[in-house]
Design a protein around this ligand. Structure first.
Ligand SMILES: [Zn+2]
Length: 167
């Protein structure tokens, strides 16, 4: 086993079945697992993680089967999030952002972040950050204060797991 793989956080967690024990598990296929992010930016923030250790999408050892499985799982989760998740005002996400940075944990995974319509609170927050700037839709990372994120972790975890069941 390479040193890189041995020290990889996701490899360790996958090996110990952590994601299944921790009640964040949504679903899996042969090559990937889908779980709730432990530090959600938005309600329904999902991680799709490749089971085998590959650095990122450009990894030369990533097989076609793994790639298909990874993209397929992202697609499935996006449809499921859009169809089933609702914000506090019972609004569906406008869209689902997908990003695969693999900077912090260098093991192929993607973040799926639902973007819900703006709330009044979001608008006020944006105005404070960018005084005088026209409010644009989007910018999910601006739309939640730290406290709101903390609340999401516990309060909405059960809701999300329930909603995403049997996707
Ligand atoms: Zn790994």
């Amino acid at each position: 086993m390479s040193t890189e793989k041995k020290e990889c956080e996701f490899c360790k967690l996958l090996k110990n079945n952590y994601f299944k024990k921790e009640n964040r598990f949504i679903t899996e296929n042969k090559s990937c697992i889908a779980v709730l992010d432990h530090n959600p930016q938005r309600k329904g923030h999902v991680l799709v993680i490749l089971k085998n250790h590959k650095k990122d999408l450009s990894d030369k050892d990533l097989s076609n089967e793994e790639l298909k499985s990874f993209i397929g799982m992202i697609h499935k989760m996006c449809k499921c999030l859009k169809g089933r998740m609702r914000d506090e005002n019972q609004k569906s996400p406008d869209k689902i952002y997908v990003s695969s940075l693999c900077d912090g944990t260098k093991h192929l995974h993607a973040h799926l972040v639902p973007r819900y319509p703006y709330t009044t609170e979001d608008k006020e927050f944006y105005k404070k950050l960018y005084p005088g700037k026209k409010i644009q839709p989007g910018f999910w990372y601006l739309c939640l204060g730290e406290n709101k994120c903390k609340n999401l972790r516990d309060r909405d975890k059960k809701y999300c797991i329930e909603k995403m069941k049997d996707c």
